[in-house]
Design a protein around this ligand. Structure first.
Ligand SMILES: NC(=O)c1ccc[n+]([C@@H]2O[C@H](COP(=O)([O-])OP(=O)(O)OC[C@H]3O[C@@H](n4cnc5c(N)ncnc54)[C@H](OP(=O)(O)O)[C@@H]3O)[C@@H](O)[C@H]2O)c1
Length: 315
């Protein structure tokens, strides 16, 4: 089988397409034939060595965090709810999704609901769980709470806007002006074009209950740092982009950098919501297997609205 592996940090090309034996599942693992893998900022952040301290990897190592695929075999001690031929999805903290096949602990596999395509399902694992878990990370949500979402046009941000609106929150999203209609179309009550306006001027200082930070590169334009000022007393920033936030929490405010974890029930619920049209997730482009590095580069460049996927069944 073919797998995209990291041989060294910050190298050119960033990953090598290597030929490997198909792995054998342990008793608790499933062997998956990958249908679609999704591209995430964490892929190129890992490849550049940006998270090497928190997440050291032995080389060579297959990257790829989330995927949709079909179970081709199951170890003897896997849950009885799973069977050969099931379409499944999850986020893999052990990585390995940029491969034609992978083995993974079966208890984190969510089933793709009937009626949802593999490509549509592949929009969900990391962004859906990231949006859901970060939205709830700072405590209970009350209808009418004011939330400022940085990176509201991104794959995580777009889902967070919709999930926050479904909870009855008042949502203001920041993104570049070309994405205004997209973000407002998702239900945002207000929009700030970060290329032309200061979000502080639009939302007002001391007025926001919760800031969700999904900016492509953490710390860009001091977004996280500047956000403390717009929070009410006791308000919180939940950042997925800037881990340094934890060392900078001012008195009277709260800050979180939550670890996003697999959640079978939550992901299956998001799958049903997507299938039933309760949430929308856009596929921007589906690359062929041989084009994965091109897709990774596009993800790093930013500016794409929607999910970048790789169809591993197409050479
Ligand atoms: N810690 C975790 O487990 C975890 C999980 C998922 C994601 N993340 C992080 O979350 C971030 C978003 O991921 P993603 O997949 O949603 O990326 P994405 O789809 O590329 O979205 C990036 C977003 O950042 C916006 N942006 C860029 N510069 C900005 C600025 N100065 N102010 C406000 N918005 C700005 C972009 O807006 P325009 O395109 O409209 O300019 C876009 O909405 C990344 O940093 C990623 O690493 C972390």
């Amino acid at each position: 089988m073919l797998a995209y592996r990291l041989h060294a940090y910050a190298s050119t090309p960033p990953l090598h397409l290597d030929t490997l034996p198909v792995p054998t599942p342990t008793p608790t693992q499933a062997l998956i034939h990958t249908s679609h893998a999704a591209l995430n900022p964490i892929d190129w952040k890992i490849a550049l060595g940006h998270v090497a301290e928190h997440m050291p990897l032995p080389f060579p190592y297959t990257l790829g965090v989330d995927f949709v695929g079909t179970i081709t075999s199951l170890g003897a001690n896997c849950p009885s709810r799973l069977k050969k031929g099931d379409r499944v999805m999850t986020l893999s903290r052990a990585l390995g999704a940029f491969a034609e096949s992978l083995t993974i602990e079966s208890d984190i596999l969510a089933k793709v609901p009937d009626g949802l395509s593999d490509a549509d399902a592949a929009t969900l694992p990391i962004p859906g769980l990231s949006a859901w878990q970060s939205l709830h990370a700072a405590g209970p949500l009350e209808p009418g709470m004011k939330v400022l979402i940085h990176g509201a046009s991104g794959v995580v941000g777009a889902l967070a806007v919709q999930l926050a609106k479904a909870k009855g929150l008042h949502v203001v999203g920041t993104a570049s002006g070309k994405n205004r209609e997209f973000v407002v179309g998702l239900g945002a009550d207000g929009f700030v074009d970060y290329t032309r306006e200061k979000f502080e001027d639009v939302v007002g200082m001391g007025s926001v209950d919760l800031v969700l930070d999904y900016v492509l590169v953490g710390g860009a334009a001091n977004t996280t740092e500047r956000s403390w000022g717009v929070l009410k007393e006791g308000g919180a920033i939940v950042s997925l982009a800037d881990p340094t936030i934890l060392g900078k929490i001012p008195e009277g405010k709260r800050g979180f950098f939550p670890e996003i974890v697999p959640d079978v029930e939550g992901l299956e619920k998001l799958g049903r919501m997507l299938r039933d049209g309760e949430i929308k997730a856009k596929v921007a482009k589906v690359y062929r297997r041989g084009e994965l590095l091109e897709g990774m580069e596009a993800n790093k460049a930013g500016g794409t609205t929607g999910r970048l996927l790789v169809d591993f069944r197409r050479a």
